[in-house]
Design a protein around this ligand. Structure first.
Ligand code: ASP
Length: 366
């Protein structure tokens, strides 16, 4: 991978004592996606060279942030991001953690919520920000959201409190004036600028004239960084739908390489009550597969005790995903199955919040 060092040449001089934020050094990791695209002579979108970023976004000069950029040698559409790319991103941050105040990952929006979720499990104990951002329109488009998203993400990655500690100490997504917890975010819009939602967790920050941080909901528990590179991709996401053919479900679940399944169910975790369906799921659990129940709804949570249609799953050993979303469930399942946990520990860890991806049940009980 090429490492290109980029330092703004026309940096405005700042007096840190009167500046809102002290000078910071940020590593930008450019993985691909729409943000870094420009139209070539034939009107085709191609990745642009980050050394020309000041031509595209001249106001970056006034950020008073020192920036290094590292790019994926071949920038990717985020549909092609997977385990290898997550390892690369996590490793880059882990290796350079001591040298930067924060990290900005430029990523396509399509799978950004999956990558942000994954990095929250791979990089545990963060005390510095890892901010994902991207854009709906390429940086070359006149009304592009790339400029404001990139500049704001850099400001957030550089933001410190009066004691010099980073304000954001977790993996987050900045998009369209809002900062969302990475493992609570979901892409909900493919045309409008407000592409991300976090239905089950408050915004970490909102930007208007100023960036206002909601500090009471930002994770402050980072005790020092640990890297978890081992992931299992032997998982599947199965979305239940009315009229699903049980024999096909049985066929899919009969693959004994499959270790974990995220079962996307209705409402508060409900699924068909038919004996054949219950037996198929039950046999899968008995064969050693870990099955987690995640709701198809964006907001709310799975409660396997509220309806008979959910109770049946609980009784056969399906784990409740509570208010986790599918993106975070995929990341958590890959992470947990990648570690050498006993079956009991695995189930316990999957049922409790690990890095803020789900709520404490007691929080919702009353
Ligand atoms: N297909 C693009 C991607 O996710 C869309 C985007 O960047 O917004 O890479």
């Amino acid at each position: 991978m090429d490492k290109k060092i980029y330092v703004p040449t026309e940096k405005v001089s700042i007096d840190c004592s009167s500046s809102q934020y002290p000078l910071a050094k940020i590593l930008v990791i450019y993985t691909g996606g729409t943000l870094g695209m420009v139209h070539d002579d034939k009107g085709v979108l191609v990745p642009f060279d980050f050394e020309e970023i000041l031509d595209k976004i001249p106001s970056m000069r006034y950020l008073s942030i020192e920036i290094d950029v590292v790019s994926f040698t071949k920038p990717l559409d985020s549909s092609d991001v997977g385990v290898r790319q997550w390892r690369t991103m996590a490793r880059l941050i882990f290796d350079d953690y001591a040298f930067y105040d924060g990290f900005v990952i430029l990523h396509g929006t399509d799978t950004m919520a999956y990558s942000a979720s994954m990095l929250s499990f791979m990089l545990q104990g963060l005390r510095k920000p890892v901010i994902f951002t991207g854009a709906q329109l390429p940086v070359s488009a006149p009304r592009s959201d790339a400029r404001i998203n990139l500049i704001s993400a850099l400001e957030i990655a550089a933001a410190k409190d009066k004691d010099g500690n980073s304000i954001v100490t977790e993996v987050a997504i900045y998009f369209n004036n809002r900062l969302l917890r990475g493992n609570r975010a979901k892409k909900v819009e493919s045309v409008q600028f407000d592409a991300f939602e976090s239905s089950n967790y408050p915004l970490l920050a909102e930007s208007g004239l100023q960036i206002r941080y909601n500090r009471s909901v930002i994770d402050r528990f980072g005790t020092g960084l640990s890297l978890y590179e081992d992931l299992s991709d032997a998982i599947a996401v199965i979305k239940i739908f009315p009229g699903i053919r049980f024999s096909w479900l049985e066929h899919i679940l009969s693959d004994d390489q499959m270790e974990g399944v995220i079962l996307e169910t209705f409402g508060s975790g409900n699924a068909p009550t038919h004996n054949q369906f219950i037996k198929i799921i039950s046999d899968s659990v008995k064969s050693g597969k870990t099955i987690m129940n995640v709701s198809q709804c964006d907001g709310g949570k799975v409660d396997q005790s509220s309806y008979a249609a959910g109770k049946g799953l609980e009784e056969i050993g399906v784990l409740s995903g509570d208010d986790i979303n599918t993106e975070a469930a995929v990341a958590k399942m890959m992470h947990v199955l990648g570690q050498n946990y006993t079956c009991q520990d695995r189930e316990k860890i999957l049922s409790e919040p690990l890095v803020g991806e789900m709520s404490y049940r007691s929080f919702f009980k009353n």
